[in-house]
Design a binder for this molecule. Sequence first.
Ligand code: FAD
Ligand code: EPU
Length: 287
Amino acid sequence: MLAVRAFDALLRERGIPYFSERPLAPHTTMKVGGPAEFFVEPRTPEELAEVFSAAREGDIPVRYLGSGANLLIGDAGVRGAVIHLKRFNTRNGFEVGAGYNLAKLCKETAAEGLAGLEVLAGVPATVGGAIRMNAGGRHGEIASAVAYVDVMTPQGVLRRLSKDEVGFRYRRTSLDGAIVVAAGFALRPEGAVRSRYDAILDEKRGSQPLGTHNAGCMFKNPPGGQAGRLIDEHGLKGERVGGAHVSRKHANFIVNDGSATASDVLRLVDVIRARVPAPLEFEVEVW
Ligand code: FAD
Ligand code: EPU
């Protein structure tokens, strides 16, 4: 308790914007879950380093939030601090802040005739969250368009990582708890990029329940298979627990119809796992 008060006091003393017991559901695309004990929005790398230092002093756990498009927040919410880099949202040519809206960046670069990010058309994310998850799909992954990634370690040290040091794999990276603050992209001029962007976006709109409350694919594809196809083949489309159901458009999406709780979603996950024999590993991160 003392430590928590000290963290609180340090943030206030240093004028770092934060909220106590901030509801997280509105900060996610699934729209479920409880509050964050502290929700911190540093404006500069210096403030971010101060947040880390205060958290170390107070022994406060920290988590990072982008646009909440790959998160399932538990109904009880989370203790400790959630760091939101919404102020790190500037773009300077090929160098882009972690809080920058990825959908906007994909659209902008496609309009500028720059190829590399159009493969991510229709993926809701911030640049930081997309890098951490190595967001991608059938047409490619963000890794292919990354030149370097600037991170801050929980010790408050800024480092520029080469692409190899980021350790990009299928929906994974090796950032070891560091927070992405910015990324440099390597994009190439190409005439056909705009029409490819439009086609990829159309394909996504046709095959996924965009515009509903969901967190994208719930499960990673198991080796040699597709989670969506497996869930569909076991007759689970439309399966429901409370306000959560398996999308009829794409079976690897769980949709909150507006009244779901996180526990509805987790119980539905149990129903799916009980019926599908292949191991289904979460892609979504559960807090
Ligand atoms: P969040 O969900 O906020 O966070 C995800 C993870 O990244 C968490 O571990 C978080 O702590 C970490 N994180 C966030 N910001 C940072 C940071 N600055 N530094 C370090 N770690 C950070 N994903 C795909 O890969 N391909 C798709 O085609 C796709 N389609 C989707 C469609 C829909 C409709 C939805 C809702 C989701 C979809 N997703 C897809 C999932 C989601 O868009 C991606 O996982 C995306 O990368 C999440 O980014 P975010 O900023 O929302 O991260
Ligand atoms: N399928 C079904 N039924 C369904 C859904 C899919 O039979 O309900 C079949 C499709 O017909 C297709 C196959 O399964 O033959 C694969 O489906 P799809 O092309 O939609 O791709 P996916 O493997 O299900 C992956 C990513 C998506 C990404 C798409 C498109 C994963 C877990 N998912 O989906 O990423 O948008 O490719 O590029 O890797 C995400 O990660 O959150 C995500 C949405």
